[in-house]
Write a protein that binds this ligand. Structure first.
Ligand SMILES: Cc1ncc(C[n+]2csc(CCOP(=O)(O)OP(=O)(O)O)c2C)c(N)n1
Length: 323
């Protein structure tokens, strides 16, 4: 395994810190009713999975995910300003303000969303990979999927088709142990979700510590290289959701407080990388602090931009729609 440069690790730290700050600010803006809508799903706690995985891709590869998509968009390099504007339903948002937080997307970044229907994006991931394979391209698709989606039909159909057609997809299950309020052991007979690969004859990459950005990067890099040449693989990234299912879900299950505390105190992905950087490199702290200040400014500017952006017009409302 190649040794990772200090600059690379600092860049990952910057991205993870930016995502955390962005999500924390979104939470506040929702309470202030500047971001509206029924749901807003925060990525806090999951940062190392998104950042480590996307670091294994090239710009021409593809990314798709479900509704917990803000962190994925940021890790893919989408500018924070149009993301925040989309949260507020503004015209300058990534989807012209018509999608909201669950429907971020950027063609320029080969980032295809952002989907609200659980598992609904999985056939799309297979379709994007089919285009790549059919046209003799080398591009790979990373498709994130929640543990709660692994028992629905979209999941089974997409896994199966991707294997039959040797499609270049890296399926990454983000196992945060719960789908809304249902624990994985109450919804799955087999709780080691990576083992689903066996049923499809697919390469099973096993479990990875989803809080360790380096471990995620190493695992996904190997998976991407395999998928580019051979076909699909399945990875299960073990992670944890720090907030309720969505920000309107304030009733965090009290029974989970001890579990949450344990993950935050012992396995926080940002703290783990912070400690690693400080142990490994001399005098890295000023650089870390500079990145934190810059990221704080990026978030503040994105809020400013979004607040001062115009609402969509009536013409916007009736454009880009089929019917
Ligand atoms: C087809 C469908 N069924 C049910 C829902 C309601 N729903 C939204 S999120 C969710 C739980 C999904 O959990 P998981 O896939 O583990 O993702 P996480 O929220 O943990 O990121 C459910 C049941 C939905 N949006 N779509």
């Amino acid at each position: 395994m190649a040794t990772l440069k200090k600059e690379t690790l600092l860049e990952w730290y910057r991205q993870m810190y930016l995502i955390r700050q962005f999500e924390t600010r979104c939470d506040e803006l929702y309470r202030e009713k500047k971001i509206t809508g029924v749901y807003l799903h925060l990525y806090s706690g999951h940062e190392a999975t998104g950042v480590g995985a996307l670091a294994a891709l090239t710009p021409s590869d593809h990314v798709i995910t479900a509704y917990r998509d803000h962190g994925i968009a940021l890790a893919r390099g989408v500018d924070a300003k149009p993301i925040m504007a989309e949260m507020m339903g503004k015209r300058t948002g990534t989807s012209g303000g018509k999608g909201g937080s669950m429907h971020l997307a950027s063609r320029e970044h080969n980032f295809w969303g952002g989907y609200a229907i659980v598992g609904g994006h999985l056939p799309l991931a297979a379709g994007i990979a089919l285009e790549s394979r059919y046209n003799g391209k080398e591009d790979v698709v990373i498709s994130f999927v929640g543990d709660g989606a692994t028992n629905n039909g979209y999941f089974h159909e997409s896994m199966n088709m991707s294997q039959i057609w040797d499609l270049p997809v890296v399926w990454i299950i983000e196992n945060n142990l719960v789908g809304m309020g249902t624990r994985i052991e109450d919804s799955s007979g087999q709780t080691e979700l990576h083992k689903r690969a066996i049923a499809y004859g697919m390469k099973d990459m096993g479990r990875v510590d989803g809080q360790d950005v380096i471990a995620v990067y190493n695992c996904v890099s190997e998976a991407v290289a395999y998928a580019r040449k051979n076909g699909p693989v399945l990875i299960e990234s073990m992670t944890y959701r720090y907030k309720g299912h969505g920000v309107s879900d304030r009733s965090y299950d009290k029974r989970l407080e001890a579990e949450l505390k344990e993950w935050v105190e012992k396995k926080d992905p940002i703290q783990l990388l912070y400690r690693y950087l400080n142990d490994k490199f001399k005098n890295v702290l000023p650089e870390i602090k500079r990145l934190e200040r810059e990221s704080d400014a990026v978030v503040a500017e994105s809020v400013e931009f979004a607040i001062n952006s115009p609402d969509p017009t009536y013409e916007d409302l009736i454009s880009h729609v089929y019917v």
